[in-house]
Design a protein around this ligand. Structure first.
Ligand code: FES
Ligand SMILES: [Fe+2]
Length: 443
């Protein structure tokens, strides 16, 4: 029905602009869920969320309620959160431990951690001569078609065909390498629990904001200025003339001006993934950093250490559902709920083996910049809601992504923003190019 109404979805996307219906039409949203979110690799969670056998975490993939669960064999499974008997949701809680097996609260069918049927009460007498029984796969909980784990980060795809996780991530896999390599033990562990924010806007509006280097010094200007004033006053009062580093995390929104953001660069990869290079100078030569450097040099040697801390990334966007700030060990997972409702999960991680103050720094950034409590987040959320309102009006038909259009540099399938064009809208153009390809069944 939808296909009759919208014969060619690519007509909604031009290289430098996009039709407003892409953000407001519930029928397009349904098709996005089918062709994008319920097809490609979607981040479920980190394996440290489910350390023990029977531990589970509920997660939404597209429209599907799923469970990430640790089996007794140590394997992390991803199952539909649905009992095959009469459809009851298996776990109503967001997370917990299911014990040695799942037991449905309705009629006590039981299942192993990999979803396979364990038992049905009085199965022999109740189901004799019927199509149901232990060997019928319809009596087991359905599994995600594919599950893969990269350095502890668990992804699932609900489509049985498609590229491997590594091929899908391509060069954007650096998000996880950069995060884990910064740990002296080469691994991170999740800090329970996450912040959850429901945005009253389409999921793509959030993703388009992530590598939007033009907006911080505008949207977050008042936040940055207020922090900078306090930072200066504190600096005056201290012996060394310095305010704590955390003030810099906020004041940078005022002190890093648009021309400085233009010095950064965006790298745009196939499938909509993008990287924003440059780093806001959060690695000063303070005693905490020096203590961390010492531990890292001991673990990796000087040469490898320099390589690791020299990775120059501010932000990695993994289309269509993940925004990673690897140098600060944070990520935000996008769970679309409806055409104008989006849940974001905001997680942060500990570098295994790193001194505690380095974790405190990540926590400060998490609270000051990414949490629902910070004004930075409120600044963005207000814009997202206002964008959704404006796009739902008859005030215009198009969204423009024309900033520095025509100046992008393409090398071996990677599109770089031109020199001194860090505020280019190349990442949004790249995301919509991937969107059009997915929606037209081109991938
Ligand atoms: S619905 Fe689960 S056992 Fe009946
Ligand atoms: Fe922002």
């Amino acid at each position: 029905m939808l296909r009759e109404r919208i014969p060619d979805l690519s007509q909604f996307v031009e290289p430098d602009r996009v039709r407003k219906e892409v953000y407001t039409d519930p029928a397009i949203f349904e098709l996005e869920m089918e062709r994008i979110h319920e097809t490609v690799w979607i981040y479920c969670g980190h394996e440290s969320q489910v350390p023990r056998a029977g531990d589970y975490y509920a997660v939404q993939i597209g429209r599907q309620p799923m469970l990430m669960v640790r089996g007794a064999d140590g394997k992390v499974n991803v199952l539909y959160n649905r009992c095959p008997h009469r459809g009851n949701m298996m776990c109503g809680d967001r997370h917990g431990n299911t014990g040695e097996f799942f037991r449905c609260s309705y009629h006590a069918w039981t299942f192993h951690h990999d979803g396979k049927l364990k038992n049905i009460p009085m199965m022999e007498s109740g189901y004799q001569g019927t199509r149901y029984g232990r060997d019928n796969p319809d009596c087991s909980m359905k599994r995600a078609a594919r599950v893969e784990n990269y350095r502890g980060f668990v992804f699932a795809s609900l489509a049985s065909d498609g590229p491997s996780l590594k091929d899908f991530l391509g060069k954007a896999i650096v998000a996880f390498d950069d995060m884990c390599d910064r740990a002296p033990q080469g691994e991170v562990e999740v800090v329970p629990n996450c912040f959850r924010v429901i945005q009253h806007s389409n999921w793509k509006i959030f993703l388009e904001n992530q590598l939007d280097a033009l907006h911080p010094s505008v949207t977050h200007q008042s936040t940055g200025r207020a922090a900078h004033e306090v930072e200066k006053q504190i600096a005056k009062r201290t012996r060394k003339g310095e305010a704590p580093l955390s003030y810099h995390m906020l004041s940078a929104f005022a002190t890093v001006t648009i021309d400085k953001w233009d010095n950064f660069q965006t790298l745009n990869y196939p499938d909509g993934h993008c990287i924003l290079t440059g780093y806001m100078g959060l690695r000063p030569q303070d005693p905490d950093t020096r203590a961390y450097d010492k531990v890292m040099i001991k673990a990796y040697g000087q040469k490898r250490f320099e390589e690791i801390v020299g990775v120059n990334i501010h932000h990695v966007l993994l289309y269509p559902g993940l925004s990673v700030q690897s140098p600060l060990q944070q990520l935000r997972a996008v769970r679309p709920l409806g055409v104008d409702r989006t849940l974001t999960e905001i997680w942060h991680f500990r570098l295994k083996g790193a001194p505690e103050p380095i974790y405190r720094r990540s926590l400060a950034y998490y609270n000051l910049v990414n949490s629902p409590a910070t004004i930075v987040n409120a600044d963005d959320l207000e814009n997202f809601w206002k964008c959704q309102q404006g796009l739902s009006s008859d005030g215009g038909d198009w969204v423009s992504f024309a900033r520095h259009f025509g100046r992008d540099i393409e090398k071996n399938g990677v599109v770089e923003s031109a020199p001194n064009c860090g505020t280019s809208e190349a990442p949004m153009r790249n995301q919509m190019k991937a969107w059009a390809a997915y929606m037209n069944g081109g991938r």
